[in-house]
Design a protein around this ligand. Structure first.
Ligand code: NAD
Length: 476
């Protein structure tokens, strides 16, 4: 994706790390220890499909074990390689530290084009990959817990969890070996939407701080803001849908693998999603202009740009033409280190990946806790909470009768107040809280230090400091 004059994805992550570390007072040995990737396992395995043996290459990289289990998604794409997996594992370490999920960082990948295989073939391949990882404890509820990433979802996670359970029949916590599972296989409500939901919560928190909005040269709220999103997959679709439906933002551009749609009056996200499901891409979608060169729409006039597909899409070739004053990195590593510098000089505000897309790992954490506790969130408290609310409501009803026409309860107050929180509401509440607190920890560094120009450096400083403290507590 990036031009040859730019560093690789992993080097880009290291450069960003170094920028932050140079502003910190870390013992030099510790700085190096945190930066390096602890181990990367490469596996090549064969699967008999359509009468012949196909060989696949997969990776699982463990960046830092300062906390265990280590956590990170598994990506299925043809472009998966060791450099990419290590970069993504490093980002997981910093992301988990920033949003205070008690995990080290890991990531996995399989070189495969999932579109080329039937469902039963994907199951065979995934089970074999999971077997190879599980037998080396690279899938394990207490040591290494994968999750979905590009090209994988609930289906793959369910196969992996089942494969692990077959290999570990007496492990009572087997379900906690991966997250992002379907609800009926030990998943949690709200995990599928979590990363996109996190993008929405991150933007809402950004727009609660007038000083930060001003730094991007903007004003107002999310209402009416023009948004361009790249990638209408799990993350991009949910982010765009929630921003349009619940915050009044206008989705003016959608970029997919087969080109981009643009309509200054707004695009119906749900309709485009259905179009993609039916036709495989965005081409020929009727209610917007299609351009075959999708990435040109990254440069369109808009308020908020949400790259939610691949790494390296904003690079030295196009950075100076990006018009959006605010970029929120829903994908991992969409802005290269070189482009980051160009944009910083231009005054573009970037809400960094390590924070912006942490909704996924946050809700994965809730799922893992749910699996270990073997009980759905809210199951014990919900009806008791409702019974207590009932007491107040009946008193208010008594007052209502007593006061006659002088006062009455708002029409939907009773129904809203009486309803105890279900798992989905609790998950959203926990996610919202996490996104707000993590943003505040970043912005405190951003605003309190003259030598910190941007949110990314601030995010790295917060994360590195926490990882360093963990290592020190272990006596390193
Ligand atoms: P996904 O596979 O569901 O969606 C990716 C989308 O990008 C697809 O619609 C695909 O068609 C599109 N795409 C592929 N190539 C493209 C191109 N060249 N131009 C434009 N669009 C293209 O993946 P996802 O889970 O939504 O992940 C997207 C990004 O978000 C990745 O960087 C991933 O690491 C990151 N992320 C995902 C999660 C999660 O919970 N799924 C969590 C954190 C970060």
């Amino acid at each position: 994706m990036t031009s040859t004059k730019e560093p690789s994805f992993r080097e880009s992550v290291d450069l960003m790390f170094n920028r932050a570390a140079s502003l910190m007072d870390l013992p030099p040995g510790l700085e190096q220890k945190i930066r390096v990737c602890n181990a990367t396992y490469t596996v090549r395995f064969g699967v008999r499909l359509r009468g012949e043996i196909h060989t696949f290459t997969g990776y699982r990289s463990v960046h830092s074990e300062h906390m265990e289990p280590v956590k990170g998604g598994i990506r299925y794409a043809l472009a998966v390689n060791q450099d990419e997996v290590e970069a993504l594992a490093a980002l997981m370490t910093y992301k988990c530290a920033l949003v205070e999920t008690p995990f080290g960082g890991s990531k996995g990948g399989l070189c495969i084009d999932p579109r080329k295989y039937e469902e039963h073939e994907m199951e065979q391949i995934t089970r074999r990959f999971a077997y190879e990882l599980a037998k080396r404890d690279l899938i394990n509820p207490s040591q290494n817990v994968p999750a979905p990433d590009m090209g994988t979802g609930e289906r793959e996670m369910a196969w992996m969890a089942d494969q692990y359970a077959r290999m570990n029949t007496t492990d009572i916590n087997a379900r906690a070996c991966v997250t992002g599972k379907p609800l009926n296989a030990g998943g949690i409500a709200g995990r599928v939407e979590a990363t996109g939901r996190g993008i929405q919560y991150a933007l809402r928190e950004f727009f609660r701080h007038p000083e930060d909005i001003a730094k991007a040269g903007m004003s107002g709220t999310l209402d009416g803001k023009r948004v361009v999103v790249q990638g209408l997959g799990n993350v991009g679709y949910h982010a765009a849908k929630f921003l349009a439906q619940e915050d009044g933002s206008r989705i003016v551009g959608i970029i997919e693998w087969d080109g981009a749609l643009y309509n200054p009056d707004g695009i119906d996200v749900e309709a485009v999603r259905s179009w993609i499901v039916k036709h495989g891409g965005v081409k020929d979608y009727p209610d917007a202009t299609h351009s075959a060169n999708g990435s040109s729409v990254l440069e369109a006039d808009c308020d908020i740009l949400i790259p939610a597909a691949l790494e390296g899409v904003i690079n030295l070739d196009n950075a100076d033409r990006i018009k959006a004053p605010l970029i929120i990195e829903a994908a991992n590593g969409p802005v290269t280190a070189g482009a980051d510098e160009v944009l910083r000089k231009k005054g573009t505000v970037i809400i960094p990946d390590m924070y912006a897309n942490a909704g996924g790992v946050t809700v994965s954490y809730f799922e893992w806790v749910k699996n270990l506790s073997h009980i759905r969130f809210g199951r014990m408290q919900r009806r008791q909470e409702e019974a207590r609310h009932e007491l107040i409501v009946s008193e208010l009803e008594r007052l209502d009768r007593y006061l006659g026409d002088a006062w009455s309860m708002s029409p939907d107050f009773k129904a809203k107040y009486l309803k105890g929180a279900d798992e989905l509401e609790l998950v959203r509440s926990g996610l919202d809280d996490t996104m707000r607190i993590a943003y505040q920890s970043m912005r405190e560094v951003w605003h309190s230090r003259d030598d910190v120009e941007d949110l990314r450096t601030a995010a790295y400083i917060v994360a590195i400091d926490r990882v360093a403290k963990s290592y020190r507590a272990k006596g390193l």
